[in-house]
Write a protein that binds this ligand. Structure first.
Ligand code: FES
Length: 225
């Protein structure tokens, strides 16, 4: 297989494509592929030149932490859950998420996701029991904060005032678990999601946790009503 990777040495340097040849089995994930390419002392590209180790992030390797989110053959996905056997053709084109600043190779700075939640006070804090709808709360709480939903969102730009599906789901959680915050949630949801969502709903298609964001939206839109 030909593996083409969009690389970047530093945040302020120019990105460039570099290709690698992979001749092993296709029954491995893209995460395992990156590990394989990085495994030897000398990393050789497909021009036979020694090159630097490929930078990428992972932690759990089982679709739980969200660290390995990237774009694989133009599809935003988790590298540890994407298998070479499922890719079309004999080429894998891998690039970092485009909505966030690149730090190094496939590693991006997703701190804006957490900053947006922090700055609007949209985190759970003290839990007030009795919110009901626990199945929905459990679903929304599965969010990995991986950023894949933001990658495909036509309305989200890093640093903009529209915070995307990740924010809508956390608004739903906060509203469900702490009624004292209901007014604040309504205001923030409207300003940073409700008034800017064009309902392409591509966020739901790529979510690795399969969160039903539309259900969170329906609940919060009703509350705004
Ligand atoms: S390494 Fe944790 S989701 Fe892929």
């Amino acid at each position: 297989m030909k593996i083409k990777i969009l690389r970047q040495k530093r945040p302020d340097s120019e990105p460039y494509w570099e290709s690698f040849a992979y001749e092993g089995a296709k029954d491995i994930s893209v995460a395992a592929l990156l590990d394989t390419l990085n495994f030897s002392d000398d990393i050789i590209n497909d021009s036979g030149e020694i090159t630097e180790r490929i930078g990428w992030e992972c932690s759990c390797l089982q679709g739980v932490c969200g660290a390995c989110a990237m774009v694989i053959n133009e599809t935003p996905a988790l590298a540890c859950e994407t298998f070479l056997r499922d890719l079309d053709g004999d080429e894998a084109v891998i690039r970092p998420l485009r909505k966030f600043p690149v730090i190094h190779d496939l590693i991006v700075d997703r701190s804006s996701i957490h900053e947006n939640l922090k700055n609007t006070d949209m985190f759970i804090g003290e839990y007030r029991p009795g919110g009901g709808d626990h199945a929905r709360q459990y679903d929304a709480a599965k969010c990995l904060k991986c950023g894949l939903c933001l990658e495909v969102c036509p309305n989200y730009t890093d640093g903009g005032s529209f915070y995307g599906a990740v924010f809508a789901n956390d608004c739903f959680l906060v509203a469900s678990r702490n009624r004292d915050k209901a007014g604040e949630v309504r205001k923030n949801y409207g300003s940073h999601f409700g008034n800017g969502c064009s309902k392409s709903l591509s966020c739901a298609d790529v979510c690795p946790a399969k969160i039903d964001t539309v259900a969170s939206m329906a609940k919060l839109n009703r509350k705004r009503g």
